[in-house]
Write a new protein. Structure first.
Length: 73
């Protein structure tokens, strides 16, 4: 908005361009209303892993039940 390139702004502020891009991404995330705090992100990560594990267990049980159903015939 000020007419500076990212590299010019970074040099002027004495920071890396990566930091500016990180700030920009964080700001856009907050403006979109999808901002999660650190605890929420950790919980989301844990729940996604738990969901993945449960899906895998379900598939294993489904295959095992099909196997045992064939064995009983």
């Amino acid at each position: 908005e000020q007419g500076y390139s990212v590299s010019e702004a970074a040099a002027f502020l004495g920071i890396t361009t990566k930091l500016i891009y990180n700030w920009k991404a964080k700001l856009e995330e907050q403006q979109a209303g999808n901002s999660l705090n650190e605890d929420e992100r950790a919980e989301l990560k844990r729940l996604r892993k738990e969901n993945k594990d449960l899906k895998m267990e379900k598939e294993i049980l489904k295959k095992a039940s099909a196997f045992f159903a064939r064995e009983m015939k």
